[in-house]
Design a protein around this ligand. Sequence first.
Ligand code: 6CS
Length: 335
Amino acid sequence: MTIKTMTAASLTALVLGSGAAMADTWRYAMEEALNEVQGIFAQKFKEEVEANSDHEVQLFPFGTLGESDNILEQTQSGILQFVNQSPGFTGSLIPEAQVFFVPYLLPEDQEQLVSFFRNSETINSIFPELYAQQGLELLTMYPEGEVMVTSNRPIAAPADFSDVKVRVMTNPLLVSSYQAFGATPTPLPWGEVYGGLQTGIIDGQENPAFFIESTRMYEVQDHITRLGHNNFTTALMANKDFFDALPPEDQEVIRNATDAAFDHIIDYQQGLTEESLEKIRAARPSVTVTTLTEEQRAPFRETAGQVEATFLEIGGPRAQEVLDQMKADLEAAAS
Ligand code: 6CS
């Protein structure tokens, strides 16, 4: 048989048999633009994979392939190899992932927060098993910044939330959490938020400062309130069948690229919240930014027990284990 008469299959076998790896294009979608936190993370991941293998990573920012739920489904079905989706959406599929919406559970201190994300047993052992049941290889979870509430009315106490329709991501515990705060939560996909605020279908929403700035939500919101109740968590996953079928050296390239992107995104976020708030103040000086005092936060903080109890009811079969381990992880991160 000459090279000319060989079939594609036998050529492939020859190449593989010679030990040379096939160069593939891996598709990676995210919920944000390339210049936002998930996009910066993805670009670092791509750079690392491409520097350390023959593979190419093709990035699909928000809007190119649909909403967050669409890109997750596309990854589960193998159309995409990688997806960055936040528990705010994944929580409707994996109920235990809603634990990230118990208010005041994650620390405000950045060092403790990063230590938690790096070393957490919950993230590194329990969640990978839960995500695997949905055909997903959980590669990492990382924080995106302090969550702030934007609204058309100043918020200083739960009573101020009365009749305020606050858009939340589509997971039931986030709805319970805003109900406990006294608001009227309205779950919506991201693509409907700006228009919803503009037309008054919703009155407020929550997100980190960088996202309020980059998506210009400050144009249609008058007040930003720092309740200190959460930090935005997100996650990178791969299609599990794809990942499991890779040779060990490719799996290692992916794990190393994930670690490098994690370190990069933590560095990138230094000072990002304050810079973003400065940009908002410069673009629209009338927007107020208020950090609630500990006394003002107290009634919001008091809702944590009630939301935790709801999590144990609706957080899936491993809710108790996840909550207990998460608290142990947070204690370890604080010591
Ligand atoms: O609020 C949301 O839906 C979006 N927020 C952030 C920070 N990233 C993506 C997500 O879709």
